[in-house]
Design a protein around this ligand. Structure first.
Ligand SMILES: [Zn+2]
Length: 467
């Protein structure tokens, strides 16, 4: 079957539907949340739009309390899952045309959600519709599983799988081609230190607001009266910045000095891509006459984490040839005299690492200086065997449609595929394409929308008709 040709004939319908769907602002909105619309009215509106359409098109549809749904087709014992989500992140600033206009320019549809994940959801939907309309027999059942809270807490899929069967295999069109078969374990940890009330040298210190980002900015307020009169703070700091070729600032008033450091932001899955403003400013503070309790806080950062995203100094490093390194991102540092101070860590580790031993090792480092630790969240590594039928079938489909090799990818991030037991991420971004997810002027190329619809149609067909 020439899948591309079949989809091409439906291009206008697919583009129109995608535009309509993208024009619904499906952003999480707790203010309008209710039992009818658990994640707010916008998401419920997009959800209704899709479910009504699927009913009208003759699919079996099941709504699970407005949190998640499936659209089913095919017959048989076994179940194949295609996991999509219809919630989007807020539009943010800097759009050429409004983010929910779904304007078309130069063959691209511009809208929040075009690529993540309402465009690909439409592609998967039209892939299934094509098979249905053509009367293609499927030997298994297929479900498009529709999530509504992927961008926040995944309350959708957890509700769904509490009540519905787990597909024996499936894919999520919510990341990259060719195939993401392995994802690291991800844990958010926080270590707190209760400081006693005392006016110290550091009045406050702050860096970062999200654990999974490398902080690009840090600031510290220094109490001037704790410094010797001849301490040349401004000069010493300027020298420090020059030495590491970084930007920063010094602002003085009558009794404090504000130091700022500008680093470089990056996703927490690869801290080396960024420059951690918090760790560097903390490093500078360690050259100053700190009080004992301040030393406990800042020396810990310096001794174990500065310039070491692989956890070597902490003794937790682990390297997996294919799956990559264990990584540690110090996402947040908060130090406020008199209050609880904290260090927030985003830890990512490949299969083969025993999470509890890493946690214990970090606990030992922190508790030795008086911190207490807790786990905010933890998801173990996810992987599908490279010889699994799912991987072999999708590789074949990818290779036949693109004429390029389906290299298997392991990543540090977490994709939606990990909520399936045997699940991989399969598209929508092709190698070398610009990743505009969560950015201003997010778009999907119409040619690509057609291409991925054809890819998903063949993938569903092959997964359902192979033993
Ligand atoms: Zn997504």
């Amino acid at each position: 079957m020439d899948w591309n040709k079949l989809v091409k004939k439906r291009q206008e319908m697919i583009v129109n539907n995608t535009q309509d769907f993208l024009q619904i602002k499906s952003v999480l909105d707790e203010a309008t949340a209710s039992s009818y619309a658990p994640f707010g009215e916008g998401i419920r509106k997009a959800y209704n739009w899709l479910l009504h359409k699927a009913e009208k098109d003759g699919f079996t549809v099941k709504d699970l309390d407005g949190k998640a749904a499936h659209i089913e087709w095919g017959e048989g014992e076994e179940l194949v899952g295609v996991l999509c989500h219809i919630d989007v992140v807020p539009e943010g600033e800097g759009w050429t045309t409004p983010a929910f206009d779904a304007d078309i320019r130069n063959g691209k549809i511009y809208a929040r959600g075009a690529l993540d994940d309402k465009g690909p959801t439409m592609a998967a939907y039209h892939a299934l519709k094509l098979l249905k309309d053509k009367g293609v027999k499927l030997e298994k059942r297929v479900r498009l599983i529709i999530g509504t809270d992927e961008e926040s807490q995944w309350r959708c899929v957890s509700h769904y799988f509490d009540h519905e069967e787990m597909p024996s295999l499936g894919f999520a069109p919510d990341a990259d081609f060719p195939i993401i078969y392995a994802e690291k374990g991800i844990a958010d940890l926080t270590y707190k230190l209760d400081l006693w009330e005392e006016q110290g040298l550091i009045r406050s210190f702050s860096s970062g607001s999200r654990l999974n980002m490398v902080p690009d900015f840090a600031s510290a307020v220094i109490n001037k009266k704790e410094l010797d009169a001849d301490f040349q703070l401004k000069e010493i700091y300027k020298n420090y910045l020059a030495q590491i070729q970084a930007e920063g600032g010094v602002e003085e008033d009558s009794d404090t000095v504000l130091l700022t450091f500008s680093g470089r932001s990056a996703h927490g899955m690869e801290p080396e891509d960024g420059l951690n403003a918090g760790l560097y400013l903390a490093d500078f503070l360690c050259t100053m006459p700190l009080k004992e309790y301040e030393k406990r806080f800042f020396y810990t950062l310096n001794d174990y984490f500065l310039n070491d995203s692989r956890g070597k100094k902490a003794g937790v490093n682990y390297m997996h040839k294919e799956l990559g390194d264990l990584t540690i991102n110090i996402g947040t540092i908060k130090f406020e005299g008199g209050n609880t101070s904290s260090i927030g860590i985003n830890l990512r580790y490949p299969d083969g690492v025993i999470f509890n031993s890493v946690k214990q090792r970090l606990d030992r480092i922190f508790t030795s200086t008086g911190f207490t630790g807790s786990i905010i969240s933890h998801a173990p590594p996810h992987a599908v065997n490279k010889d699994h039928q799912l991987v072999r079938t999708l590789s074949k489909v990818y290779e036949s449609q693109t004429s390029s090799k389906a290299d298997l990818i392991a990543i540090g991030g977490g994709t939606y595929a990990r909520s399936l037991k045997a699940g991989v991420a399969f598209g929508p971004l092709f190698p070398g394409q610009k990743d505009v997810v969560h950015q201003a002027d997010e778009y999907i190329d119409i040619d690509n929308l057609v291409k991925i619809t054809a890819m998903y149609a063949e993938a569903i067909y092959e997964l359902c008709n192979q033993q």
